[in-house]
Design a protein around this ligand. Structure first.
Ligand SMILES: C[S@@+](CC[C@H](N)C(=O)[O-])C[C@H]1O[C@@H](n2cnc3c(N)ncnc32)[C@H](O)[C@@H]1O
Length: 377
């Protein structure tokens, strides 16, 4: 009985003909389709795609090992052979050979004629993309949280990630932990800032307030593009010293105000004609987001704008990055969720904004953008 299709699956067939999915699931049909000239290419592609899903965890672990053993940085200094890499990483030669062959198959390294390994362009991008290696390094926490995926989706686990980002609970933060998290955020912020500022113009803006602006990495990038714009950073008190340091280092002290506070319990500073929320909403539950958006609406003048930039769900069309990665990540964090642009738009309209634009960004796996407008009086 266990093998018979569920009633709703049977119902997908029409009349006497079985549904296409019922056919595809039959081994005899699979064998025929794998040989038939008009179907065999598609069958092979689908088979490969399924195998990639099955092997995805191994691929991620190869990536993690490559990063943890500092192989990209070592190969940036010049090609190395397996023996040399084995010696500097303390991985036995035979096992290093397996790792390097796997990394070759995944396009991270390539073996030259002289048997030395060099980075490919993809491998070099690992070094060049700010924050990517730090992100990969801290993935071991996420992977442990997902080790029993059924228990995870049933909500029966206590994910470690929820403790990795304790600030979202609004509690006191250990300064050392705040620094680890801030470093990771600031590094990866550079890509987010690039894509956000390419998608949304700040021409004509007088003062921008970045709420949950962390250590000021986004505002520092804004300052590079707009040299007269005044800047305000609003974030929890533990993050403030590093932001002060960054603004001083970048010669921005005179142009920036730093306001320490919590958007949960404090009122927001007035005076900005544009407010940004960069990777903030997905950390929080709908009620917190709704209250924050209302506070922002009240803090903005007539005609003011709110820019929201963060990885989003694909909504009606789920995406690999938004729905098969960030949604799981935020679920493990336990306090927020990955929302679609349409869901964020609806929350903004409920908060009082007159209109909301969904702005196309260059790489949705880095960030997506929504811009909300307060009515002119
Ligand atoms: C995911 S980080 C994003 C930081 C930065 N915007 C970025 O994209 O790199 C979320 C930020 O929101 C801040 N935050 C969280 N809860 C907050 C609260 N209640 N009030 C103010 N800031 C808060 C955190 O301290 C943190 O800097």
């Amino acid at each position: 009985m266990a093998d018979s299709p569920a009633p709703e699956e049977q119902a997908t067939g029409t009349g006497l003909l079985p549904s296409l999915n019922n056919l595809i699931a039959k081994r005899g049909f699979q064998k025929w389709a794998a040989r038939f000239p008009f179907t065999r290419r598609r069958v092979r592609r689908e088979g490969e795609a399924l195998f990639d899903l099955l092997a995805g965890f191994c691929h991620s672990q190869v990536l993690l090992a490559v990063v943890k053993l500092d192989i990209p940085a070592r190969l940036m200094r010049g090609p190395m052979d397996c023996g040399a890499l084995s010696a500097v990483t303390d991985v036995p030669v035979a096992r290093m050979e397996v790792l390097l062959r796997a990394a070759t198959a995944l396009g991270l390294v390539r073996r030259k004629r002289n048997k030395r390994y060099a980075l490919t362009q993809r491998g070099a991008a690992l070094v060049g993309a700010p924050g990517l290696q730090e992100m990969i390094r801290h993935h071991d926490v996420l992977y442990r949280d997902l080790a029993d995926p059924v228990a995870f989706f049933r909500g029966e686990t206590s994910p470690e990630l929820a403790g990795f980002w304790p600030y979202v609970f609004g509690g006191d933060v250990d300064p050392a932990l705040a620094r680890t998290y801030s470093e990771l955020m600031a590094q990866s912020q550079l890509l987010v800032a690039d894509d956000t500022l390419d998608a949304v113009s700040l021409k004509g803006v007088r003062r921008l307030m970045d709420i949950g602006g962390g250590t000021g990495a986004f505002l520092a990038e804004v300052a590079k593009r707009y040299d007269t714009l005044e800047l305000t950073l609003f974030d929890l008190p533990p993050v403030v010293p590093e932001a002060t340091e960054r603004f001083a280092k970048n010669g921005l002290t005179a142009r920036t105000k730093i306001e320490a506070g919590s958007f949960r319990t404090d009122s927001l500073p007035m005076g900005a004609d544009t407010i940004s929320l960069i990777r903030v909403l997905y950390d929080h539950a709908d009620e917190t987001v709704a209250r924050l958006l209302t506070k922002i609406f009240e803090a903005l003048p007539a005609g003011g704008r709110l820019i929201i930039s963060e990885p989003m769900s694909g909504g009606e069309t789920p995406t690999k990055a938004g729905d098969a990665y960030f949604a799981l990540y935020t679920l493990a964090m336990g306090t927020g969720k990955t929302r679609s642009a349409a869901q964020i738009k609806a929350l903004c309209l409920t908060a009082g904004f007159q209109s909301v634009d969904l702005v196309r960004t260059r790489r949705s796996f880095i960030t997506s953008c929504v811009v909300a407008h307060k009515a002119q009086e």
